[in-house]
Design a protein around this ligand. Structure first.
Ligand SMILES: [Zn+2]
Length: 290
């Protein structure tokens, strides 16, 4: 009997100890801020070394999601923001959309999930658009459709090349059919821009899915992707259930899609600036530096 009580007490003390380990102490908070676990290899990476490698993993090259602003800073000599003039609409009066939209603006500090700038790479002028999946998963509603269209018009009128970085959960369901219409609208904008004989480079980053993949992101004169990016229309599980069969290894990943001819190339974030600069030069764009 006495022995039973003793062993019970020792079990309770072990449970208490384990519980105390789970509580985040003040000391535990510091490493959390200084280190981040890599989604690719699971290693702890210091924020400093990650930033140095442009938010890619120094061990396995995993490309972390980045803000549109950071992407512009990495890529361009300097730039001017040229978007932000489109307006939010709630075309089908979707329950809770306005409140969620406001909450997203507050949480992300962004006006919408898109940034359009005019800037230079080594003196060559171009328009760069980046979706930002920290806002509504970078999903495409009327606002983003309008901004993409305006970016193509801006670049076409000035005979500038355009580069678009996509990252998106697809069409924004809160705008129903109006979101789907953005696929047609942006595709027409690409076609009109094409008539000006300028260069459109599309770069898909992790993840680019749904209506964005099925419209402007796939319509580039040159279509690139970042390593390991998930690119697709419907999700793998839905496809698997529909075809009632196994999917090949690496399905919907950038490397698989390049091998099948869907992408022209995969470019590491560290080489992106140099790569884009070379493409622009090859297509006859010249530095406006004297
Ligand atoms: Zn890693």
């Amino acid at each position: 009997m006495e022995q039973n009580i003793k062993s019970e007490r020792s079990i309770i003390s072990i449970i208490k100890k384990l519980r105390s380990l789970r509580k985040p102490s003040k000391r535990a908070v510091v490493p959390e801020r200084l280190f981040r676990k890599c989604n690719g290899c699971g290693e702890l990476i210091s924020k400093g070394s990650m930033e140095e490698k442009l938010f890619t993993c120094p061990q396995c090259d995993y490309h972390f999601n980045i803000f549109a602003r950071d992407r512009m800073d990495m890529l361009l000599d300097e730039y001017t923001v040229i978007n932000g003039t489109a307006r939010f609409i709630d075309p089908i009066d979707f329950p809770g959309y306005k409140a969620k939209y406001k909450e997203n603006r507050k949480k992300s500090g962004l006006r919408e999930g898109i940034l359009t700038v005019a800037g230079h790479i080594e003196g060559i002028e171009l328009v760069v658009v980046s979706l930002d999946n920290s806002f509504f998963m970078g999903s495409m509603g009327s606002y983003i459709g309008e901004e993409i269209t305006r970016a193509f018009e801006y670049a076409g009128e000035r005979n500038l090349p355009i580069l678009i970085f996509s990252t998106s959960g697809g069409a924004r369901m809160q705008e129903g059919i109006f979101s789907l219409m953005q696929m047609a609208k942006t595709s027409i904008a690409v076609d009109r821009y094409g008539q000006t004989k300028n260069l459109y480079i599309s770069c898909m980053t992790h993840p680019t899915t749904g209506g964005v993949t099925a419209s402007f992101a796939s319509l580039g004169d040159i279509v690139l992707a970042e390593p390991g990016a998930l690119i697709g229309f419907a999700g793998a599980r839905v496809i698997k259930e529909t075809i009632k069969g196994e999917l090949p290894e690496g399905f919907q990943r950038a490397e698989f899609l390049r091998d099948k001819g869907f992408l022209d190339d995969i470019v590491h974030r560290g080489q992106m600036r140099e790569y884009i600069y070379r493409l622009l030069k090859l297509h006859g764009y010249r530095s406006c530096r004297i």
